[in-house]
Design a protein around this ligand. Sequence first.
Ligand code: GLP
Length: 238
Amino acid sequence: ILSGAPEEAKAAAGELAAGLIASVVRAKPDAVLGLATGSTPLPVWSALARAGLDWSRVRGFALDEYVGLPAGHPESYRAVITREVVDTLGLTPSLVHVPGDDGGGIATAGARYEAAIAAAGGVDIQVLGIGRTGHIGFNEPGSSFASRTRVKTLTEATRADNARFFDTPGDVPRHCLTQGLGTILDARALVLLAFGEAKADAVAGAVEGPVSASLPGSAIQLHPEVTVILDEAAASKL
Ligand code: GLP
């Protein structure tokens, strides 16, 4: 839990998470990173960009993607990951994957993504934010802890939260492809970050609440290697 003014706490959180990721990349130059979108991980990417690492062989798998946006839409998670992570760090674009970006059909996109993660040897360290509904990736309440990458329907709360990125609320897609909770739990280490009062209930449920599909983030309690990095507001209900 990082104290201080919100922007300072975020920067310090980014440095902490970046330190964990950097040690993985130093030990394994072709490490497999689990990438996340959202505003929360931005300080992690900017701290990592200053770490002086060789990113050329590092591989990446994003957590999730919208279904139904036109190819190249600037708010597609493919575009967001390229802008915020690949370009910021200087990752090799062909080594970074987003669900459904391999040109195949949607019905088998989940199985193909799972196969690609397995072929890469699994995710070494997964960065996670958490949604107000307690979602990780786009695993909304009710998601099975055994779930794998698949198509899901977004809740209205999540669509409203993400409407700020689109011209009108109606433009927010209704469906997504997301790694399952089972996929996320297979990563060798998890780093979950959250900032701000709006996340306090979700954080308390994830960290201290009952392990329950009604709060998908609580799945992290089943993982042996988890680091949770919070500012005081996000930690205020612990
Ligand atoms: C999105 C993403 C999640 C993310 C969450 C929180 O819906 N699919 O992976 O953790 O929202 O976003 P933010 O970090 O911007 O609050």
